[in-house]
Design a protein. Structure first.
Lengths: 113, 113
């Protein structure tokens, strides 16, 4: 079974630039999560989708972050414009509907200079 | 909001040592507890999902116990090996309509050969 795919694995950008991350969840997983993990902290849920609808985006900084999950499969997370404090690992995870066991992708390590 | 505490923050042990660490969480509104292992440059991997008070789960040399009444879980590693080096994260899931994992900061384990 293929796991959760994410790209790119690493990204370095300057502040005020834009960046986008892509996630392809495990086939059949209705729920998709984007997390931000800053060094020394636990993962912080940015947004949770169920199929193509948003379940929870309470911690998403909506002035600069956006996410979409068209057709309820792949998802993209965008930051525009980036700030220094956005430097983090961005993790995508997916799970079956009504299951809380999450399967994670390898993450994208973003460095904002 | 749940306060999840993991201790110690980091741990260095010698190969062959047994070790344990703690996850504590408010016991009210408890639904389940997840343990994940996150190796550097890899995806977080689910270890255990525990729901019942007194639960004990085991996977190879790693085991976990759960006390929902007092709000803590222990993770044990018997005979640590270098490949056990990782960050171990716990994440309780609270009961209610808006269920989501609340992540601890993790315990970073380094096993020296």
């Amino acid at each position: 079974e293929a796991g959760v795919a994410q790209s790119p694995r690493y990204k370095i950008i300057e502040k005020r630039q834009s960046v986008a991350f892509w996630c392809n969840p495990i086939s059949g997983h209705a729920t998709l999560y984007w997390y931000q993990q800053i060094l020394g902290q636990g993962p912080k849920l940015l947004i949770q989708f169920q199929n193509n609808g948003v379940v929870d985006d309470s911690q998403l900084p909506k002035d600069r972050f956006s996410a979409e999950r068209l057709k309820g499969v792949d998802s993209t997370l965008k930051i525009q414009p980036a700030k220094l404090e956005d430097s983090a690992v961005y993790l995508c995870a997916s799970s079956l509907l009504r299951s809380y066991e999450q399967y994670f992708g390898p993450g994208t390590r973003l460095t904002v200079t | 909001i749940l306060n999840v505490e993991q201790s110690p923050q980091s741990l260095h042990v010698q190969e062959g040592d047994s070790t344990s660490f703690t996850c504590s969480f408010p016991s009210s509104n408890f639904y389940a507890l997840h343990w994940y292992r996150w190796e550097t440059a890899k995806s977080p991997e689910a270890l255990f999902v525990m729901t019942l008070n007194g639960d004990e789960k085991k996977k190879g040399r790693i085991s976990a116990t759960l006390n929902t009444k007092e709000g803590y879980s222990y993770l044990y590693i018997k005979g640590s090996q270098p490949e056990d080096s990782a960050t171990y994260l716990c994440a309780p899931l609270r009961a209610g309509n808006n269920r989501k994992l609340i992540w601890g900061l993790g315990t970073s384990l380094a096993v020296n050969p």
